[in-house]
Design a protein around this ligand. Structure first.
Ligand SMILES: Nc1nc2c(ncn2[C@@H]2O[C@H](COP(=O)(O)OP(=O)(O)OP(=O)(O)O)[C@@H](O)[C@H]2O)c(=O)[nH]1
Ligand SMILES: [Mg+2]
Length: 334
């Protein structure tokens, strides 16, 4: 996951270290050249010991900051988010006093980490949401065609079952040929009850029935699949609005694929504006070397990232953890 970006970030971090270390070394006769080298980064300056403090100036980090911004943009991070990350790091590092013997890489990494955490938001703990809300908790999944909505409904069904919740699935994609059969196969493999009508039926009616079934049978969670649609298709968006008014979801989850990069961010923004979204799932993170959508989406639309899809199996879904994502991005590639 996000291997390309991770590699680039490593080079950038080294760039910061070099710039700061060089400026530090040039700043006075008391400075000495590197004392210790990290074997994993052969030949690269990791530590520079001086016998006095060094204050980092904006000039010392200008070049690596520019390089970092380019790397973020090349990896699909949305421009305002990239700018915010850069501003955060600039503010963090400028004027910072590097204490005697303090490792430059520690200073740089902690600035990068805090800038990323700032834009990644908090995530969304679905289990604790369900635990603290009135049942059934009704969750409506929306998004454009082919991004992984149906698979995500199945994966989240499996995840919730594993966590001890009862689940019913509403087969709300009555539009695409084969969609009802597809979700039906998932549900029967997972041993989850499904409510379905004929192809072409009104999806609001199916999902209303699914909610009624859950209420009558004290089921904890309703997962509502829907047909893929683009936000500029007025009729289909009106249909989604009708579903929303009739089903009254507690949560609207926008699903898109991480590999779509900035397109996913733009589409999420549009969906959020028109039918609303409370949280986001990004699928196909396993196929995404860039990570830009995962970094940008929560900050751009102001709604948390809830899960990352990491493969085609039912277990290939992980609750999004900002801390874990940052650790992964900033860990040294094996
Ligand atoms: N590698 C990978 N593939 C995924 C992931 N999630 C879904 N897929 C695959 O993406 C394809 C489309 O998934 P669906 O769940 O049918 O997508 P959808 O959004 O429901 O599609 P429509 O109903 O046609 O709009 C399938 O082949 C899935 O197996 C993921 O996290 N990783
Ligand atoms: Mg589908």
């Amino acid at each position: 996951m996000f291997d390309g970006l991770r590699e680039k970030l490593q080079n950038i971090t080294t760039g910061f270290e070099k710039s700061i270390a060089t400026a530090s070394a040039e700043s006075g006769p008391a400075a000495r050249e590197p004392e210790k080298k990290d074997p994993s980064l052969l030949g690269k300056v990791k530590v520079l010991v001086t016998d006095r403090e060094f204050v980092i100036s904006e000039k010392d980090i200008e070049e690596p900051l520019f390089e970092l911004e380019m790397v973020l943009l090349e990896n699909d991070v949305a421009l305002p988010v990239a700018e915010e990350i850069i501003a955060h790091i600039r503010e963090d590092l400028t004027g910072k006093r590097r204490k005697i013997g303090e490792r430059v890489d520690t200073i740089v990494l902690s600035a990068l980490k805090s800038a990323l955490l700032d834009v990644l938001g908090e995530g969304f703990d679905l289990i604790s949401y369900i635990t603290t809300h009135k049942r059934p908790v009704k969750i409506l999944f929306t998004g454009v065609n082919g991004t992984g909505k149906t698979t995500t409904v199945a994966k989240i069904g499996a995840y919730l079952k594993k966590n001890g919740f009862s689940v019913v699935i509403g087969a709300g994609d009555t539009f695409r040929a084969g969609a009802i059969e597809q979700i039906d196969v998932h549900a029967s493999r997972l041993g989850i009850r499904i409510i379905q009508h004929q192809q072409g039926a009104d999806p609001s009616a199916v999902l209303f029935d699914a909610v009624q079934h859950a209420e009558a049978n004290h089921i904890d969670v309703v997962l509502a699949d829907t047909a893929g649609r683009f936000h500029n298709r007025v009729n289909l968006m009106n249909q989604l609005d009708k579903i929303r008014r009739i089903m009254k979801p507690d949560l609207i989850v926008y699903v898109d694929e991480a590999v779509a990069g900035n397109d996913a961010v733009v589409r999420a923004f549009e969906f959020e504006k028109s039918v609303g979204a409370d949280a986001v799932v990004l699928t196909k993170a396993d196929m995404d070397p860039r990570g830009g959508a995962a970094i940008s989406i929560a900050h751009t639309i102001g709604k948390p990232l809830m899960f990352l899809g990491t493969g085609q199996g039912y277990d290939d879904i992980v609750p999004f953890s900002p801390g874990q994502m940052v650790d992964e991005l900033l860990s040294e590639a094996a």
